[in-house]
Design a binder for this molecule. Structure first.
Ligand SMILES: Cc1cc2nc3c(=O)[nH]c(=O)nc-3n(C[C@H](O)[C@H](O)[C@H](O)COP(=O)(O)OP(=O)(O)OC[C@H]3O[C@@H](n4cnc5c(N)ncnc54)[C@H](O)[C@@H]3O)c2cc1C
Length: 495
C-alpha cells in the first residue's frame, strides 16, 4: 500500500509539493477550495482579454536551484518562451518627469551617470552592490538536509555578496538611500518615492535588480494561468489527484500526529502525512486551533508587517498601444482612487509584449494600487458596489494621465479588490505575498514543522518574508524531501 499525502491548497506551493510527492511514490491528493489550481498565480478572461493577477517576473528563468524546480515541475519546458525586458520600469513623478530603471545594471549605471554625474561614487557603489547580489545561489535542499559539501561548494563563491549583506542586511531602502546620499534631486525623488517611508528591506531591492541583471528573472509568455495549469498537468500526469471545491476546515490530529483532514462538508480524509500549502495564519490558528505554535511563530503572526493588499483594475483597450516599458509607475501621492489615498502611487502594466493577453490589434492594461485591508474588511453590499463604481471612474482618470484620450478605446473594465483575493484564495487580510520583507524579517524564515506535531509540514509563501513563486515552490519540494527522510527513502526527481 502506498502511503497517502494530503496537501491543503492547490497554489504553486501545493502543486509543487504534489508533484514531488507523486514522483516519490506517494498516493497524493491536493484539496483545493477554488474551482481552479494556481491560488494567487492566476488570471481570468473577459471578452477575449486576459487579465493576469500575478506573474511579471519569475526568479530562476535561466539558472540555479529555482530553475531546476521550474524545469522539474513543468513551469519551464521546451515550448515555454521567456521574455527578458530591457526596461524594468518607468517612473513618472508629479511634474511629469520620467525616470527609467533598466534591467541591465551596466546600462542603468550609464543612464544614471548621464542624469547625475555629481553622484558618480554613489551610483557606482549601488550598481556594484547589485552586481554582487547576482552571486546569490540558493540551496536546493531543505536546511536540515544540507551536507557540509553543499555549503563548501556554494558559500565561497558568495563571499562578496556576504559583505553587501553585512553592510546593508539590516537597513530599509530609505536608510540605504540615505547612506548613498545622492545629491541629484531627480535621483532622490525617484529612489525615495519607490518604497517611501515604509520598512522595506534594502536587500530585497538590491537582489531584485541583481536577478534582472543576470537575466534570471524573466516573464514567461502566457503568464500565470498557463503556468499553474502546466504544473497541474504535470501533477496529474504523475498519477496525482486534485479535488476542487474542497475546503479544509480542520486538520485531524491524534496523539500529536496529523492523521488527515476534515472538510467543510463534514467528510474526513485520512492521511499518513498532511502538508498545508494554504494560508499560514488560517492553518495554524484555525485548522489547528492554535495548539501547535512556537513563540517565534506566534511573534511573527502578531508582529511582522504584512503586504498591503492591492486593487487591480484591468482594462481591455480596443487598439494597439506600444509599450516602451512593461510597467509605468505614477508616483503622484496626492491622488485618490475611490476611498484610497494613493500614498504609494499606482502602476500600469502594458501587456503588449505578450500576444496571448489580448486579441490582435487590441491591448490589455492592468492598473494596481495598494489599499489597506482596514478600508475593506467591513465593506459589504451596496457600499462595496458603490466603491467599485467610484474606483472605475477614478481609475479611468488616472489612466488618462498616462495615455491621454484612452477613455474612448476602453472596451472592458474589471475590478479585483482585496476582498476578491481573500474570497478566492483565503489569504490573510489580502496580503498577497504574505509577510513584508522588512529590515528585521528579510533574512528570517518560519519553520516548516510545527512544535510537537508529527507528520505535518507547512509549505508556501508564509514561510519566507517577501513570498513569491520561487520560495513557495521550493518549500513544496523541501516538504517532500523531509517526508522522504522521515520515511527513510531516497528523495528522487523523475521526468
Ligand atoms: C498581484 C500579484 C502579483 C504578483 N507578482 C509576482 C511575480 O511577479 N513573481 C512572483 O514570484 N510572485 C508574484 N506574486 C506572488 C505569488 O503569486 C505568491 O507568492 C504565490 O503564488 C503564493 O503561492 P502559495 O501556493 O504559497 O499560496 P497561494 O497562491 O495563496 O495558494 C494557496 C491555495 O490554498 C487554497 N486554500 C486556502 N485555504 C484552503 C482551505 N481551507 N482548503 C482548501 N484550499 C485552501 C487557496 O484557494 C489557494 O489556491 C504576485 C502576487 C500577486 C497577487
Amino acid at each position: 500500500m502506498k502511503q497517502k499525502v494530503v496537501i491543503i491548497g492547490g497554489g504553486v506551493a501545493g502543486l509543487s509539493a504534489g508533484i514531488y510527492a507523486a514522483m516519490n511514490g506517494f498516493d497524493t491528493e491536493i484539496l483545493e477550495m477554488h474551482s481552479v489550481a494556481g491560488g494567487q498565480c492566476t488570471a481570468w478572461d473577459r471578452k477575449n482579454y486576459r487579465f493576469d493577477y500575478c506573474l511579471h517576473w519569475l526568479v530562476g528563468t535561466s539558472g540555479g536551484a529555482f530553475n531546476d524546480i521550474w524545469k522539474e515541475t513543468n513551469v519551464l519546458n521546451s515550448e515555454t518562451e521567456v521574455i527578458n525586458h530591457e526596461i524594468h520600469s518607468q517612473i513618472i513623478d508629479q511634474q511629469g518627469n520620467t525616470f527609467f530603471i533598466y534591467s541591465n545594471i551596466d546600462r542603468w549605471e550609464q543612464y544614471l551617470l548621464g542624469i547625475a554625474p555629481e553622484d558618480e561614487k554613489s551610483i557606482k557603489s549601488m550598481c556594484n552592490d547589485m552586481r554582487k547580489s547576482a552571486l546569490l545561489d540558493p540551496f536546493s535542499s531543505a536546511p536540515e538536509l544540507r551536507s557540509p559539501l553543499e555549503y563548501i561548494t556554494k558559500l565561497p563563491k558568495m563571499v562578496p555578496l556576504f559583505n553587501v549583506m553585512r553592510k546593508y542586511g539590516r537597513l530599509t531602502c530609505k536608510q540605504y538611500f540615505d547612506k548613498l546620499n545622492f545629491k541629484s534631486e531627480r535621483l532622490r525623488s525617484a529612489f525615495y518615492s519607490m518604497y517611501g517611508d515604509r520598512d522595506f528591506s534594502a536587500m530585497a531591492f538590491i537582489f531584485m535588480l541583481g536577478w534582472f541583471h543576470q537575466k534570471n528573472a524573466g516573464y514567461i509568455k502566457g503568464g500565470s494561468y498557463p503556468l499553474a495549469q502546466r504544473m497541474a498537468a504535470k501533477f496529474t500526469g504523475l498519477g496525482g489527484k486534485i479535488s476542487y471545491k474542497k475546503k479544509v476546515d480542520k486538520i485531524v490530529v491524534e496523539n500529536d500526529t496529523a492523521k488527515g483532514v476534515r472538510l467543510t462538508d463534514g467528510t474526513t480524509l485520512a492521511a499518513d502525512y498532511v502538508i498545508s500549502a494554504a494560508d499560514g495564519f488560517a492553518t495554524i490558528y484555525k485548522m489547528l486551533e492554535g495548539r501547535y505554535v512556537s513563540k517565534e511563530i506566534d511573534f511573527a503572526y502578531k508582529n511582522w508587517e504584512l503586504f498591503t493588499p492591492l486593487v487591480q483594475v484591468s482594462f481591455g483597450i480596443n487598439k494597439e498601444i506600444a509599450a516602451e516599458a512593461p510597467i509605468i509607475m505614477n508616483i503622484d501621492k496626492s491622488l485618490k482612487i475611490g476611498m484610497t489615498l494613493l500614498t504609494g502611487g499606482y502602476s500600469v502594466m502594458n501587456y503588449s509584449y505578450d500576444s496571448t493577453m489580448a486579441p490582435a490589434g487590441k491591448t490589455t492594461l492592468v492598473m494596481r494600487y495598494e489599499s489597506p485591508w482596514a478600508l475593506w474588511k467591513d465593506l459589504e453590499g451596496k457600499a462595496y458596489k458603490a466603491e467599485k463604481m467610484q474606483i472605475e471612474k477614478d481609475a479611468v482618470e488616472c489612466l488618462e494621465k498616462i495615455y491621454p484620450g484612452i477613455s474612448e478605446n476602453i472596451e472592458v473594465i474589471d475590478i479585483a479588490t482585496p476582498k476578491t483575493d481573500v474570497k478566492y484564495t483565503g489569504v490573510k487580510d489580502g496580503a498577497y505575498e504574505g509577510f513584508m520583507p522588512s529590515r528585521d524579517t528579510m533574512m528570517k524564515s518560519i519553520k516548516m514543522k510545527l512544535p510537537r506535531l508529527k507528520n505535518f509540514y507547512m509549505a508556501g509563501q508564509w514561510l519566507f518574508p517577501g513570498g513569491g513563486l520561487p520560495p513557495s515552490a521550493q518549500s513544496g519540494k523541501w516538504a517532500i524531501q523531509l517526508i522522504c527522510k522521515q520515511n527513510r527513502q531516497r528523495f528522487v526527481v523523475k521526468g
